[in-house]
Design a protein around this ligand. Structure first.
Ligand SMILES: Nc1ncnc2c1ncn2[C@@H]1O[C@H](COP(=O)(O)OP(=O)(O)OP(=O)(O)O)[C@@H](O)[C@H]1O
Length: 926
């Protein structure tokens, strides 16, 4: 069927896809062409398969279709089958791959090894036994290591069974004896060559069901290559010396070579190896990856010796920048040598210390060339036996990566949007936003510690430099500039960022743009960099300079002779003032506030000094507003008057809200006095306590004016009587609080209060109240019904009423009966009363029922003790006139009589009759 054929076609093609650039083989057009069917028909089937979730659709122009299962096997499971773009599909793969498989844990998995890993996955997961692959690269780059990982990955993915063989065979060992090589590989028969006394299996056979890794495969002669490609084609081979018959083996082969493929292999042989993977040399890897390898090998050594390794930054940098002829193998040996020789120097030392002097001569010689580089003020690195790579990189690379990404985005934007000789406002805005977002991430969201000593040193220095520049350049930096730039320099670190040739070209173009358009900012940045360089020994690249220039531009640095009223925020705390000024300026879209962050122990003198320093350099003749956080302003006023030439409003309130209000009024040109009036009103503390609105629990409150003891007893009684399934809560609450606070009491905000049951009415009109007496006597039944209505049905109300009576009575019975099990007795009395009601066809009022519970319980005890009441007045009259009632009582009592094996006498029946027929609070039964 055509549909199945299309799916099969995609199944075969998907493993070969290049995720960065999909070929047109995955489009409906191409498939239609190949199948010689109308495009519409193919589209129809493809879309059907997308709906059936067997095919992934990428909704671009043209639309691409991929086999879902195969794709998921190679990359990762996808959440949906339709994607808007290849990017969004890739994005999903990337996030899924973060839950890394073994290949993704390779150094450079998201860098120099990315492509190789994709190829490996395609090869391993190709349906029907995988595809042969060859690993290329100079010696020591990790070909054998990678082959082994491929084996582990194959097991991880279930394409090989656990315990499948992995046979490694180095063809170079037999370079001078092709026959021996061939015999080892394919096996031989007895007499195949001199000394072949008996038949022997080859490596191919030994690898059956697993992987054969053929290293230095260029050593295989033509005959050997031919034999191998027969095997690749048909899965069969002959042992050496065999002339007929074939052996079969199910083997995946990984080839590796340090030679160029072209010219060193038979073309026919190469054709059988569709996947060619180049493993990058150490030189081709970026600094981060090199550093990762050094760390990794150091961790290995630290583990082996169970000692921490301290390595100086200088030694580390030198190790990383050395050119290792033998690549990773060479680097690994160098690290081993270094650690071993340091250890040998003092085998009793508690740690291994590596400095520049410990490096081997050939590496040391190179440091002469490095000597001109600035010394970086970083601490030594300490690697403990249990240190992880992640820990070593956490502090450096997450922020560098973020900066790198931002730079790439900016370069991207510039490439796409920059138009020479035209207005580039839109582009500028875009870039500003990227930079501000980056700074925000550093300041607000970075989990790394940004409050340490180094951060402080940088901040103080940046602050000093900016102040100096302000006075010499007659400009005013925005208060948060210090904070933002300090964070940038701190997180920027010293790790170089590498650029592609294309990016370098854009940087050059950007250079022209900035030089032409941002002269003032550029001048400031150049000065800033120079001064910071002297103070902090930082290394700032061109791109860093551009970023700072754009940043200053975004902050619209103003000339200092601005005539507007000024505003500053002075606050204790590391960044309180800066953060508030930053938010306010951003929201007001203007740089209104300058911030002064003051350590917590700053004295009034220091505050005054800061303000005066500011006043000296600014024209504050039109007025100055100071937001400050002080205990009292008393001491501060007199200190200013001598020095100022305009009014100063000191507002003892530092908050974003106040800053916004002040900023708005300044913008509108308010007079200081009016401003203060408005602020006074606005600063009246506005408060509200918010309670959860949704899903308030339904509750009944119990309370008693004598105190919580009785309230708790009533609570227990209600809890026992109201079925748990109703999910109703009973809460005992203080009577006096209810009486005083009324409906404003927090309990009414927290719960959905249905009613109050207690001994006295707290008088809350919004909530129904029932007294416990009414509830028990039955007079409050209607009210109670109303209270419970939102949660229960009528039947349930009746049950609850009965429970209440029963439980209430139980309390009393407990106090009265002595020998019987009260729970049990009460349940029989309950049955007696129910039957009585039924036979009388009448409801017995609650108050009577409570009495009867107690009376009957005592009666039973009397009967058991054989101490019934024998005397009843008018016994004859009773027997004569109330025969029917007597029978009813007897009949109802029969349950109890049979359970306790007692018999009720006429006198006791008489008392029950009296009880029922006597006047009740409500009505008489008879
Ligand atoms: N990704 C890696 N992570 C950690 N160690 C690695 C990695 N790749 C290689 N190594 C280590 O580097 C050394 C050299 O690797 P390997 O022997 O695999 O290289 P090779 O390319 O096969 O070399 P040759 O061609 O000389 O046989 C080995 O000790 C290996 O364990």
């Amino acid at each position: 069927m055509l549909k199945d054929d299309i799916l099969h076609f995609l199944e075969e093609k998907t493993p070969l896809l290049n995720i960065d650039k999909l070929s047109d083989e995955f489009t409906a057009n191409k498939i239609a062409e190949l199948f010689n069917v109308k495009r519409n028909t193919i589209s129809h089937y493809l879309n059907q398969m997308v709906e059936e979730e067997n095919v992934i659709k990428i909704n671009t122009r043209p639309v691409y279709f991929l086999h879902r299962n195969v794709f998921e096997n190679i990359f990762s499971p996808v959440q949906a089958c339709v994607f808007d773009s290849l990017e969004s599909l890739k994005h999903q793969i990337e996030s899924a791959n973060n839950k890394a498989d073994i290949l993704n844990q390779l150094v450079g998995a998201d860098g120099s090894m990315k492509k190789a890993i994709d190829q490996i996955k395609s090869s391993v997961l190709y349906p029907g036994g995988g595809l042969p692959l060859i690993l290329c690269g100079p010696t020591g780059v990790g070909k054998s290591y990678t082959a082994n990982l491929i084996y582990q990955f194959s097991i991880e993915k279930g394409v090989l069974s656990k315990g499948a063989p992995f046979i490694s065979f180095n063809c170079a060992q037999y370079a001078n004896n092709p026959e021996l090589l061939s015999s080892n590989l394919f096996g031989y028969v007895k007499g195949a060559f001199t000394g072949a006394d008996q038949a022997s299996k080859g490596m191919l056979e030994a690898a059956d069901g697993g992987i054969l890794f053929l290293d230095e495969v260029h050593r295989l002669n033509e005959e050997g290559q031919e034999k191998l490609f027969t095997f690749l084609d048909q899965g069969v081979y002959r042992r050496m010396g065999e002339t007929e018959g074939w052996h079969q083996a199910n083997v995946r082969i990984i080839f590796a070579t340090t030679f160029d493929l072209e010219g060193n292999f038979l073309k026919t042989f190469l054709r059988r190896i569709p996947i060619r993977i180049t493993i990058p040399s150490l030189e081709q890897r970026d600094v981060k990856e090199k550093q990762e390898f050094v760390y990794m090998f150091m961790i290995d050594e630290a583990k082996k010796l169970q000692l921490p390794i301290h390595i100086s930054n200088r030694a580390l940098d030198t190790l990383i920048s050395h050119h290792y002829q033998g690549n990773l193998g060479d680097l690994k040996n160098t690290v081993r040598y270094l650690v071993a020789s340091s250890f040998a120097k003092d085998t009793h030392s508690e740690c291994i210390s590596i400095t520049l002097q410990d490096l081997p001569d050939n590496i040391l010689r190179e440091t002469v060339q490095l000597a001109n580089q600035k010394l970086k003020k970083k601490n030594n690195i300490i690697i403990n036996p249990d240190t992880t790579l992640h820990q070593l990189f956490a502090s450096n690379f997450s922020s560098t990566d973020d900066i790198k990404k931002t730079y790439h985005t900016i370069l991207h934007l510039f490439r796409d949007k920059y138009r020479k000789d035209s207005d580039n406002k839109h582009l500028e805005l875009h870039i500003f936003n990227e930079i501000l977002a980056l700074f925000d991430r550093f300041i607000f969201f970075n989990t790394e510690k940004s409050t340490g000593a180094l951060m402080e040193v940088i901040t103080v220095n940046v602050q000093e430099v900016l102040r100096y520049m302000e006075s010499t350049n007659n400009v005013k930096f925005n208060g948060n500039s210090v904070f933002a730039m300090a964070h940038f320099l701190y997180f920027r670190g010293t790790n170089p960022i590498e650029y592609t040739a294309e990016q370098k070209r854009i940087i050059k173009q950007m250079d022209d743009f900035i030089t032409e358009n941002y002269q003032a900012e550029l001048l400031l940045v150049t000065q800033l960099v120079e001064m910071l360089n002297n103070k902090l020994d930082v290394h700032i690249s061109k791109m860093d300079e551009w970023l700072l220039t754009f940043y200053l531009r975004s902050q619209s640095i103003e000339p200092a002779n601005d005539q507007r009223m000024k505003a500053i925020i002075l606050a204790h705390g590391y960044a309180t003032a800066s953060s508030i000024a930053n938010v306010a300026n951003r929201l007001l879209n203007e740089n209104i506030f300058e911030a002064f962050d003051m350590p917590l122990d700053t004295s009034i003198d220091d505050i005054v000094k800061s303000v005066l320093h500011y006043v000296e350099r600014r024209d504050v003749s039109n007025g100055l507003v100071i937001l400050v956080d002080m205990g009292s302003l008393k001491d501060i006023y007199p200190r200013f008057t001598k020095y100022i030439d305009g009014p100063i409003a000191i507002i003892n309130n530092v908050s974003t809200q106040t800053a916004l209000l002040v900023g708005e009024m300044l913008g509108k040109g308010f007079y200081l006095t009016d401003m203060i009036k408005k602020l006074k009103i606005a600063n009246e503390t506005e408060y509200s306590i918010i309670y959860p609105e949704k899903k308030k629990e339904k509750v009944i409150i119990t309370s008693c004016f004598t105190g919580m003891g009785t309230a708790l007893q009533i609570q227990k009684l209600l809890e026992k009587s109201i079925p748990q399934s109703l999910d109703m809560k009973i809460i005992a609450h203080d009577f006096h609080r209810l009486e005083e606070s009324g409906y404003t009491d927090a309990i009414f905000q927290l719960y959905d209060v249905l009613g109050i049951v207690g001994t006295a009415d707290p008088g809350i009109s919004e909530i129904d109240y029932i007294s416990i007496e009414d509830l028990i006597s039955g007079q409050g039944e209607e009210k109670f019904e109303k209270i419970l209505q939102p949660v229960i049905s009528n039947d349930q109300i009746e049950d609850i009423n009965n429970n209440l009576l029963r439980n209430f009575s139980l309390e009393r019975v407990i106090a009265t009966v002595t020998i019987l099990d009260t729970e049990k007795i009460i349940s029989y009395v309950e049955e007696f009363l129910n039957r009585l009601e039924m036979l009388l066809n009448q409801k017995i009022p609650n108050d009577k029922k409570i009495g009867l519970y107690v009376h009957t319980s005592c009666l039973i005890e009397r009967l058991i003790r054989h101490e019934p009441i024998e005397i009843y007045q008018n016994i004859d009259e009773l027997m004569k006139c109330q025969r029917n009632e007597i029978e009813i009582i007897k009949e109802a009592f029969s349950v109890i009589a049979s359970v306790y094996s007692v018999e009720i006498n006429i006198a006791e029946i008489g008392y029950i009759y009296d009880y029922i027929s006597s006047a009740s609070a409500s009505e008489s039964v008879f």
